[in-house]
Design a protein around this ligand. Structure first.
Ligand code: THG
Length: 286
C-alpha cells in the first residue's frame, strides 16, 4: 500500500513494500529552547537551518510542529509553512492537534501534505477529516480513543479501525491514512515498547496500511537514548512500521542498514550512497 505526498516537484512515497521513510522531527520547540526563542522573536533563520540540515541528512519529509506554551499555532504554523514552501522543495507533515491552525496553513502548501494528526475521538474526527478531504491530503491517525491512550493493543487497534472507517465514509481511502500506534517511554513502563510492537503487528495484519512512529519518544528519561532508539527502530520496522518522525542526522544510516538487511535496498545502493556522502571519515580511521 502506498501513501504519496509531495512538494512543488518532489514526491515521497510511504510504501508497505518499499524502503523506510524518514520524517525529520527537528522543527519542534518541545525541549528545544533555541527554536522556541527564535520563533517568539519572529526569527525564522533557525527554522531554515533546521530544514537545510535535515534535508542534507536524508529526510524525505519534514514534520512542522510549532506547539509551545503561550503561543498561537494559528499564527505560527502558516508563517513557518510559508518559508518552507517558498524556499525549500520537500514534502511537509503538519504537526498540530489544532484544526484552526491546519485550516490556516493548508492553503499555503503546494503539492500534497501529510496532516499530523487525527485521532479516534469524535471531536477530532469531525474537525480534521473534512480538511483532509477538502485539501486532498493524507493523514496520520493516532490510536487514541474516547477513553484516551490504552495500554491494550486491541483497544489501540479499535481506534485505528474507527479512524479508517470514518475516513472511508468521507471518501478518504485507506492508502491515505498512516496509522500511528503510539510510542511511550520504556523509562516509565517497561512494557511500553512491546505494546507498540504488538499494535503495529495487529494494524498491519488487519488493515495492511502504512504505520508511523514518533520513534524518539521510546527512550525519554533514559541514558544512551540513541542506542535504545536504534534498537527500537529495527524491531518496529521488522514488525511493519513504514515511516518515523525522527532525527535524520542520527538515524538515517541505521535505517538504511535496516532496509538493506530486510532486502529493500538492491545491491545496498542506498546504504552505500548515504555512507559515502555522510560518513567517509569513519573508513579512514578504521
Ligand atoms: N506521533 C506523531 N507525531 C508526533 C509524535 C508522535 N509529533 C511529536 C513527537 N511525537 C515526535 N517529535 C519529536 C521531536 C523531538 C523529540 C522527540 C519527538 C526529542 N527531542 C529532544 C528531547 O526532548 O529530549 C530534544 C531536542 C534535540 O536535541 O533535538 O526527543 O509520536 N504522529
Amino acid at each position: 500500500m502506498k501513501t504519496t505526498i509531495s512538494s512543488k516537484t518532489k514526491k515521497a512515497t510511504i510504501n508497505t513494500d518499499g524502503p523506510f521513510v524518514v520524517i525529520g522531527e527537528k522543527i519542534n520547540p518541545t525541549g528545544r529552547k533555541k527554536l522556541a526563542a527564535a520563533l517568539q522573536e519572529g526569527n525564522l533563520d533557525y527554522v531554515r537551518e533546521l530544514a537545510t540540515k535535515q534535508i542534507e541528512a536524508g529526510a524525505d519529509i519534514l514534520d512542522v510542529n510549532v506547539g509551545m506554551a503561550g503561543t498561537d499555532d494559528v499564527e505560527y504554523l502558516p508563517k513557518i509553512v510559508k518559508v518552507l514552501v517558498d524556499e525549500f522543495d520537500i514534502p511537509l507533515c503538519l504537526d498540530t492537534p489544532n484544526p484552526k491552525a491546519l485550516a490556516a496553513a493548508l492553503p499555503l502548501v503546494q503539492g500534497r501534505v501529510l496532516i499530523n494528526s487525527v485521532n479516534g475521538e469524535e471531536k477530532s474526527l469531525e474537525a480534521v477529516l473534512p480538511l483532509v478531504k477538502e485539501y486532498n491530503a493524507a493523514v496520520i491517525g493516532l490510536t487514541i480513543g474516547e477513553e484516551g491512550i490504552s495500554n491494550d493493543p486491541e483497544v489501540r487497534l479499535a481506534a485505528a479501525a474507527k479512524i479508517i472507517e470514518r475516513a472511508g465514509k468521507l471518501g478518504i481511502p485507506a492508502e491515505d491514512i498512516v496509522i500511528d500506534p503510539l510510542v511511550m517511554t520504556v523509562g516509565a513502563d517497561s512494557n511500553a515498547g512491546l505494546t507498540t510492537l504488538t499494535t503495529i503487528e495487529l494494524v498491519k495484519r488487519e488493515f495492511g496500511v502504512n504505520v508511523n512512529l514518533g520513534a524518539s519518544n521510546v527512550s525519554f528519561g533514559l541514558p544512551e537514548r540513541d542506542v535504545i532508539n536504534t534498537a527500537f527502530l529495527g524491531l518496529a520496522i521488522g514488525a511493519g512500521a513504514t515511516c518515523a518522525i525522527t532525527d535524520p542526522m542520527k538515524y538515517t544510516l541505521s535505517i538504511r542498514a535496516i532496509d538493506l538487511l530486510r532486502g529493500r535496498d538492491g545491491y545496498g545502493m542506498r546504504y552505500l550512497k548515504y555512507y559515502r556522502a555522510h560518513a567517509p571519515e569513519k573508513t579512514e580511521k578504521s
